[in-house]
Design a protein around this ligand. Sequence first.
Ligand SMILES: CC(C)(COP(=O)(O)OP(=O)(O)OC[C@H]1O[C@@H](n2cnc3c(N)ncnc32)[C@H](O)[C@@H]1OP(=O)(O)O)[C@@H](O)C(=O)NCCC(=O)NCCS
Length: 162
Amino acid sequence: MIELMAEQPDDRWEVEALYDLCFAPGREALSSYRLRDGVPPVAGLSQVARDSDGILAAAIRFWPVLAGTAPALLLGPVAVHPTRQGEGLGGSLIRDSVAKAEETGWARVMLVGDAPYYRRFGFTKLTGVEMPPPTNPDRVLGLALQDAAWDGVHGQVRRWKG
Ligand SMILES: CC(C)(COP(=O)(O)OP(=O)(O)OC[C@H]1O[C@@H](n2cnc3c(N)ncnc32)[C@H](O)[C@@H]1OP(=O)(O)O)[C@@H](O)C(=O)NCCC(=O)NCCS
């Protein structure tokens, strides 16, 4: 039995340890991390998944960014502990968090990731929206949470000014 819950400040280092386990060393050197520097993740949308013993099984975080001038959510990192992968947990976390984002009025969500995985949630390649280099443009994906929310959105993705 796995329970999803909002990430709390005390979860922070456990989540970082999970990300260190699941991603290649140096993950924080990625350009997408520069959009996160000094900006807290979006409370409520960033979630952890724990088993019945309280062991961390997965985590997802979201940051606010500006795509051109449009507010957007940056999804990620999302990671599932290697012993729990392939059980649908990543999908549950993504669907649940994206539904919460929609309920709370966010219009659009984006990420840098593998299209073959994320297309099942409705993400498609964003054209005209540029992540800080070096980012493979084929991995810049978006999902509209409101009608046509990505239409006409273009320009560089920048750090949220707060
Ligand atoms: C990617 C990740 C979050 C998926 O979570 P998960 O709980 O293992 O995945 P789910 O059980 O929801 O989905 C499993 C399906 O996704 C597919 N899948 C997983 N990662 C994939 C990828 N990178 N590209 C394409 N398909 C992928 C699996 O093959 C499986 O396909 P199937 O449903 O046809 O059998 C998880 O594997 C993980 O933490 N990986 C390491 C960190 C990472 O790469 N994070 C994502 C960064 S873009």
